[in-house]
Write a protein that binds this ligand. Structure first.
Ligand code: NDP
Length: 311
């Protein structure tokens, strides 16, 4: 039986539809959520991401402001900008789009973001909140993965989960979320021995590696749920054939655009998996929806707490 496709586009749209009424209620209560996006330099990829993020804010009624310092911006100038945004009450979320220009000390800039406004969930305080199960802001892509599992009725408690990748922004936080949801979790990385064998123990297998099509059918236990986080651009014909030979829809797309996207999971994994997220149209769609959800959550956590303190 072919794998069930977990439709990230639909799940993201459902989340956004739910957020619209929350944003409306907060706005009527005089606390309209506000998101500031800082785009330093002119990385073309970042410009596209930021455009999608500000468009999603507008669709949901979230107030958004974009800051575009020049390519030669200094660390000190960005620290000043972040400090100003930290102080503004109507700004609930601050997103610093990475990568920043090379002369900038990105770690210092990210550390300067008020943890209550850290809608990317990258601040060490939020990482600590996650690991100690305290309320806080959780990194968007990992939070989106949990929404895919929850809304697709895929059980997590008691399941064996294997996460391939241990980055601070995806691998580690998703492993922590799965642990908090009572899965038994194994984290793999480039030094893991017998990776295919470890992966085959997984009821839930998450690929967050950045290597096109690395997780083939040989890594997948029959019936497992496979979550593909990778987004890899393919623009050579030979590479294309390795993944999509005989797939007419992809062939047309490749002929028209000159490129296509493949995840870290090889399409042949669908022959064995019970369910999987596609690329595109899977986890990637959730990242922006969860950024919006985090902005709303930040508004409630910070301004709700401030109102309670006044009572
Ligand atoms: P990183 O490069 O930060 O981390 C990659 C991880 O994969 C590392 O832990 C690395 O191990 C591990 N790895 C690399 N090669 C191998 C290998 N041969 N065998 C086993 N493990 C390996 O990547 P990110 O976590 O930032 O991103 C991963 C992927 O997810 C990328 O394709 C990225 O584009 C995508 N992504 C998608 C998002 C979305 O919205 N859908 C958001 C963020 C990322 P080690 O630590 O030992 O080096």
């Amino acid at each position: 039986m072919p794998a069930r496709i977990l439709d990230g586009t639909k799940i993201a749209n459902d989340i956004k539809a739910e957020l619209i009424s929350e944003v409306r209620a907060l706005t009527e209560a005089g606390t309209r959520p506000g998101l500031a996006v800082v785009l330093g330099g002119n990385d073309p990829g970042s410009e596209i991401y930021v455009r999608h993020k500000t468009k999603a804010s507008e669709e949901l009624g979230i107030y958004s402001e974009k800051f575009t310092p020049d390519d030669d911006v200094s660390t000190e100038e960005l620290l000043k900008l972040v400090d100003d945004l930290n102080r503004r009450d109507e700004i609930d979320g601050i997103l610093v789009q990475l990568p920043l220009p090379k002369q900038v000390d990105s770690k210092r800039v990210l550390l300067a973001v008020d943890p209550q406004k850290d809608v990317d969930g990258f601040h060490p305080l939020n990482v600590g909140n996650l690991s100690t199960q305290r309320p806080g802001l959780v990194s968007c892509t990992p939070a989106g993965i949990m929404e895919v599992l929850r809304r697709s009725n895929i059980p997590v408690e008691g399941q064996n989960a294997v996460v391939v990748g241990r980055s601070d922004i995806v691998g580690k936080p998703v492993a922590m979320l799965l642990t908090n949801a009572n899965a038994t979790v194994t984290i793999c990385h480039s030094k893991t021995r017998d990776l295919p064998g470890v992966c085959r123990t997984a009821d839930i297998l998450v690929g967050a590696i950045g290597r096109p099509g690395m997780i083939t059918r040989d890594y997948v236990k029959p019936g497992a749920t496979v979550i593909d986080v990778g987004i890899n651009r393919i623009d050579s014909g030979d590479e294309f054939k390795k993944y999509f030979a005989g797939n007419q829809k992809r062939e047309q797309e490749f002929a028209q655009k000159g490129f296509t996207l493949v995840g870290d999971v090889h399409p042949n994994a669908a022959e064995v998996a019970g369910a999987l997220t596609p690329v595109p149209g899977g986890v990637g769609k959730l990242t922006i929806a969860m950024l919006m959800a985090n902005t709303v959550k930040a508004t409630k956590l910070r301004r709700g707490a401030a109102q309670m303190a006044k009572v």
